[in-house]
Design a protein. Structure first.
Length: 675
């Protein structure tokens, strides 16, 4: 199995840098840091505003491409959660699998330790900009606003990544740590989780005042006011969640974890409902901007009719379901295309209204090869567990365990006729388990007997393929070009693959992909979740705006239901809205499906305190050691890796690199990891 190249992140920020470096002739401009270090030196960098700006954007290139979630990942990601699985060799950089297999240690953090150092390098460079930017003789007020706003955002984003992945960081504020002091000078203690959240959110608030509401298309990927607000909303939601807000899991995981100097708990041990109010206000602020909306495409002649017989009664159903989309219903849009085009590259990336903050992601495009069939130049092994497949609803919104007579769920037999909808072909001889499912299922999951178009390829036999994963199928174990190139659960992630994408033979090409660091659907679900947790009335302030918040079922419905409607499913009923526990169950399911492979599930199950519960469920899939007749049977994948996955509370955070902990006696390691 070959190894892909992990591109440097944030390269979308560099195009405007190139013209100002023309004086150096032919040079590797992506390595701008060396240019400044070797040629200009810092004194020269801060002599002119355009050099300061270039230094700032070069600092941002230390962030890895956020779409790098499978191989050489900067965060444990999907492979470290219950939404993904592979047997690819971890020596090729599948660090999410390394994490759950127990191969990551404090002494060997692989690429994760690199991120720890890089994020602190970002912080140091940003602090240098703050300290020296006024040395630029030609710095205008406009330059100052731009550089201050972006630099403050970049620094806050580095701390944001440190907090989510490694837990409470060392906050340096504006200090530039000297490089020529005695070792004792560098000994620092960590701040608490609460202190870090408040600091990062305050920094993002400050940045938001200076950042623009929108940007020219050529600057897609740079921070905006919405990006700052979106990150604040996510941090506030995580801060309010049980693991970090005095819940049972937080007490169990972190009850004895205290700072050496003062005995302060690194993670709060008492519950504060006001945090949910802050989270709701932060999400509502993004919504109230009016700058973002769910991406949709209108119906066309290929759009299937909406399902019949959906309950639209006031008490037990969704009375808005059959209304037009612009009137709060699900009608009038193509549900398959409205979801799939966000990810495949079909939607125009820089103008997609669902990206609160997004970026072009060459790594995400490259990583689609891991799902492509062997018979089409792919590696055939980025797999999705049966749990995820079972979580998708039937087309009328019912669960697989409560399907209707009109749209039944069956684990017997195969389709006898072909069906085409929204450009998607559901072939004959497809197992009935995969029939009558919601549109996000077809947009996201590659299953045995699935049709792969790959229409950019013009070589006969390499496009329009029926792909099968049973033992003697065309992409099963026996036909694999490599012993590890097979999908161990019988499914692959197909969410980011465009119908024209192809990897081999004549004219094969791939559409550009984008990754959303913050997506509007996520903001809507955040708002619904935070409101649902409130039991009283709260007044909170964000910036200059005061918010009055309580558990308002109409607001919850108006946030949650559009996400379901966009997928073609009915929303919450009045009976469900009346039950906060039921709403939370629906949010857990919705986030699993809607945000699949978007780096949410790993953090969600931890912050909710359900990590051990969901990870202890057996990993299941189809039987890849059987022919077609025996393939469609739930089994534990026949690989030692299945049983080797560990469930351990220490996996709440990555370990801080051991060399850091040993150099600084005051730096407490994360619970469960060695010193």
């Amino acid at each position: 199995m070959k190894e892909t190249v992990n591109r440097i992140g944030w390269t979308a920020l560099l195009p405007l840098l190139f013209p100002i470096l023309f004086m150096t002739g032919c040079r590797d401009y992506l390595n701008v840091d060396n240019y400044f270090s070797d040629e200009l030196k810092l004194d020269s960098v801060f002599s002119r505003a355009r050099y300061v700006r270039a230094y700032m954007w070069n600092t941002a290139t230390l962030f890895t491409d956020e779409g790098s979630l499978q191989q050489n990942s900067y965060t444990p990601g999907p492979l470290a959660a219950d939404e993904a699985f592979t047997v690819y060799g971890t020596q090729h950089g599948y660090n999410g699998m390394r994490f759950v297999l127990g191969e990551i240690t404090a002494g060997n953090t692989y690429s994760f330790g690199t991120q720890w150092y890089n994020w602190y390098r970002v912080i140091r460079k940003c602090n240098t900009i703050f300290a020296r930017m006024d040395e630029a003789y030609d710095l205008t007020l406009e330059d100052r606003i731009e550089i201050l706003g972006n630099t403050r955002f970049i620094r806050a984003y580095a701390y944001y990544n440190l907090l989510l992945n490694f837990g409470p960081p060392i906050l340096l504020a504006d200090e530039i740590v000297a490089s020529n002091e005695d070792l004792d000078f560098y000994d620092r203690e960590r701040n608490t989780y609460d202190e870090a959240v408040e600091y990062i959110c305050n920094e993002l608030e400050e940045a938001s005042v200076l950042l623009p509401l929108s940007l020219p298309l050529m600057e897609f990927g740079r921070p905006t006011k919405g990006a700052a607000y979106g990150l604040i909303a996510r941090l506030r939601l995580y801060h309010a969640s049980p693991l970090f807000n005095g819940g049972a899991a937080g007490r169990s995981y972190f009850g004895r974890w205290t700072r050496k100097s003062d005995g302060a708990h690194y993670i709060a041990q008492t519950y504060d409902e006001q945090r949910w109010a802050l989270a709701a206000a932060a999400a509502k602020r993004v919504i109230d901007m009016g700058a973002y909306r769910l991406y949709t495409t209108p119906t066309d002649r290929e759009t299937p009719d909406m399902p019949e017989g959906v309950d639209v009664s006031e008490a037990t159903g969704d009375p808005d379901y059959y209304k037009p989309w612009d009137e709060g219903g699900a009608a009038g849009i193509d549900h398959f295309k409205s979801y799939s085009e966000i990810f495949t590259g079909e939607a125009i990336i820089p103008t997609n209204p669902e990206y609160v903050w997004g970026r072009n992601s060459p790594t995400l495009r490259a990583n689609t090869q891991m799902s492509f069939p062997n018979t089409a130049g792919g590696w055939n092994g980025m797999s999705v567990p049966q749990k995820i497949v079972d979580a998708y609803s039937m087309v009328d919104g019912r669960s697989i365990n409560n399907s209707s007579e009109k749209y039944p769920y069956s684990e017997e037999g195969f389709t006898s006729s072909e069906r085409t909808f929204s450009g998607y072909r559901l072939l004959t001889q497809v197992f009935n388990m995969y029939v009558n499912r919601e549109m996000r299922f077809y947009a996201s999951i590659g299953f045995s007997e699935c049709f792969w178009t790959m229409s950019s390829c013009t070589s006969s036999g390499y496009y329009n393929q029926r792909i099968t994963y049973h033992y003697d199928g065309n992409n099963g174990k026996v036909s694999s070009t490599d012993p590890l190139n097979y999908p161990p659960t019988g499914y692959v992630i197909k969410k980011f693959i465009h119908p024209t994408d192809a990897w081999t033979m004549d004219n094969a090409r791939r559409m550009d992909k984008a990754y959303a660091m913050v997506r509007y659907a996520d903001i809507l679900l955040m708002y619904a979740e935070a409101l649902n947790r409130l039991t009283g009335r709260h007044t909170v302030r964000l910036g200059e705006t005061e918010y009055e918040l309580e558990r308002n079922t109409e607001e919850i419905k108006n946030a949650f239901n559009p996400v379901r409607h966009r997928a073609g499913l009915p929303g919450l009923s009045q009976a469900q809205l009346a039950d906060p526990d039921e709403i939370q169950r629906q949010i857990v399911k919705e986030r699993m499906v809607e945000l699949l492979f978007e780096n949410s599930r790993y953090f969600d199950v931890r912050r909710w305190g359900i990590y051990e519960e969901v990870e202890n469920e057996p990993m299941m899939g189809m039987n890849l050691d059987a022919n077609k007749d025996g393939f469609y049977r739930r089994v534990i994948p026949n690989t030692s890796r299945t049983g080797s996955r560990i469930v351990n509370r220490k996996l709440a955070f990555l370990p801080i690199p051991l060399e850091e902990v040993r150099r600084m006696p005051s730096l407490d390691q994360n619970p469960g990891w060695e010193y």
